[in-house]
Design a protein. Structure first.
Length: 414
């Protein structure tokens, strides 16, 4: 269990090997490059300036009084705090990301675990306090005895986050690199949760966090955000980085996003995209957003009429689009006209040699590229569809609308 808090240690007296009080703790420093949770040093304010006191030079700590095994003149002067995470300055009262609770919270205090090792205590960050318990400790400090403060604080239910579930927020790109602040934990959350967290942050923080996400994670999260936030985030990036993210998006989502950007920003991103991805998106940009063609994606699986279940499985294995489009395999003739649809459930139960034409649904539901959003939504509702193929006036398959597209559409109209 943690047995020391940051609020207790800040301002604590430091006694050197002569038995005299030589200073007080001004800061607690972590060197993330070595260990993101281990305390590297206490910064002690002395008459001769700030000094670094590493745990190896501490003989004991009791009742928030630190005793050093070295004389004060042997404490290393603090030349620079660059590269250090300073807990009061960088963590206390700052917003952090609670990846377990999937939300943004503010830190009221920090708890340490103290372990005796080789005759010296070692200090590790154990958890952060986000509730009233930590606030009470700080508000009552220097107004009552330490034991009385702790007794009062313990009356409040703890609201804590284990340090392993904390992602820090740093808006300075150079400092993020030096402190090795990454968002690997955040990246493992569902895209919708990442989007919710991004929406809770201030613009500068939002952009700083988004910039550190891998392109595929950023793309998935971007699709879950409000269109206005999508645009502001994308325009905050260099066009080549923005293009890398857009390339990871589904073509229909990418087209919708670029449609909402300024013409200049949209053109810059398109210019940086790979030719194949750019062509797909540019084709969709030609359609009106409130039509079926404007809502469809060109990332779907189609197979020839004579294909077998084994052929379809091979197509599935090589498909790089979103999973929401693979609920159905579409059959097309030699001219590319839609002639059938095979539910994935039927494919899973079929032998490899089974012709796909024998697995098609009894009713082939589709819509024209000119169909409006209301007509598309009504088809999904009436037939309980997961996907809806979009065809042109000749019957050629042009794209597919997925259920998540319709859910997003309806959500924005609420």
């Amino acid at each position: 269990m943690p047995n020391l808090s940051l609020s207790e240690i800040l301002g604590a007296p430091v006694i050197d090997s002569t038995g005299a009080v030589r200073g007080r703790v001004r800061e607690v420093a972590v060197f993330p490059q070595d260990d993101p949770s281990r305390i590297a040093a206490f910064i002690v304010r002395t008459r001769n300036g700030d000094r670094m006191l590493p745990p190896a030079q501490i003989s004991s700590i009791k009742d928030a009084v630190i005793r050093s095994s070295e004389a004060a003149e042997h404490w290393t002067p603090l030349a620079s705090s660059e590269g250090f995470l300073l807990l009061e300055r960088d963590l206390l009262d700052q917003q952090i990301i609670d990846v377990h609770g999937r939300k943004v919270v503010r830190v009221n205090d920090v708890d340490f675990e103290v372990v005796q090792s080789n005759g010296h205590p070692t200090f590790s960050i154990y958890e952060v306090e986000i509730g009233p318990r930590g606030a009470v400790r700080r508000l009552l400090k220097n107004l009552a005895p330490r034991r009385a403060i702790n007794a009062m604080a313990e009356r409040f239910s703890p609201k804590i986050i284990p340090w392993d579930f904390v992602d820090l927020i740093e808006v300075d790109p150079a400092r993020r690199v030096k402190l090795k602040i990454e968002h690997a934990r955040l990246s493992r959350l569902h895209p919708a949760d990442i989007a919710d967290i991004l929406e809770e942050l201030a613009p500068a923080q939002r952009e700083a966090v988004f910039e550190t996400l891998d392109e595929d994670v950023a793309a998935d999260a971007l699709e879950e955000l409000d269109p206005k936030l999508q645009g502001s985030l994308l325009e905050s990036l260099d066009s080549d980085h923005a293009a890398d993210i857009v390339e990871e998006m589904e073509p229909d989502a990418a087209a919708d996003l670029l449609e909402n950007l300024s013409d200049q920003a949209s053109e810059q991103i398109l210019d940086e995209m790979q030719p194949e991805e750019r062509e797909e998106v540019e084709e969709l940009l030609e359609f009106e957003e409130d039509t079926a063609a404007g809502r469809m994606t060109t990332a779907y699986i189609s197979a020839p009429q004579k294909a077998t279940a084994e052929d379809a499985i091979n197509l599935l294995r090589g498909f790089e689009g979103g999973v929401e489009t693979v609920s159905t395999i579409f059959l097309v003739d030699e001219a590319g006209n839609l002639v059938g649809a095979v539910p994935l459930a039927k494919l899973a139960l079929a032998d490899n040699s089974t012709p796909l034409a024998t697995l098609t649904s009894d009713q082939l539901i589709s819509c024209s590229i000119e169909a409006n959003e209301k007509e598309v939504a009504e088809l999904f509702d009436k037939y309980n569809l997961l996907t809806l193929p979009v065809i042109d006036e000749t019957g050629q398959l042009n794209g597919v609308i997925t259920a998540d597209d319709i859910i997003s559409l309806l959500r924005r109209k609420l």
